[in-house]
Write a protein that binds this ligand. Structure first.
Ligand SMILES: [Cu+2]
Length: 140
């Protein structure tokens, strides 16, 4: 390995270390609770997915701004995604929903409003039907 290759190797190692240190640090807002503080959620919403349908809690999902809530999702057939979107279509967060597993994520909403749930993992021919408008209501 010549000096030029060695410089590139050191640069790539430095980029790897810096990117990982930043993305895993509490500088990223949600890493504060997903990786570091691990707060106890105020409540857990149980979600089941089967045959391209979300089975959300029948009483609805109402969340207060600033409280930690857990979404616990499982699939009974194939892999889906559980994605939460703002009304402008931008993504808040998402997780994979693997069959036979309890998939959990804790979240803290910082803006009141209505949020849509969509599948974010291609799951088959009816994947695009997997939209639940206004599935989560975040109140002040
Ligand atoms: Cu899907």
């Amino acid at each position: 390995m010549d000096a030029r290759e060695r410089r590139w190797l050191y640069l790539l190692i430095a980029v790897f270390v810096v990117v990982n240190a930043v993305t895993l640090s509490p500088l990223v807002p949600w890493q504060q609770w997903l990786l570091w503080s691990k707060p106890t959620p105020a409540r857990t919403f149980a979600i089941e997915v089967e045959d391209y349908q979300f089975k959300l809690p029948p009483e609805g999902m109402v969340v207060k701004v600033g409280e930690y809530v857990e979404f616990s999702a499982t699939s009974h057939d194939v892999t889906y995604g559980f994605g939460v979107f703002r009304k402008d279509g931008s993504l808040v967060f998402q997780m994979q929903v693997l069959p036979g597993m309890t998939n959990r994520i804790t979240w803290k909403f910082d803006q009141a409003g209505l949020y849509d749930v969509r599948s974010t993992e291609y799951s088959g021919p009816r994947h695009s039907e997997m939209v639940v408008p206004d599935a989560i209501q975040v109140i002040p």
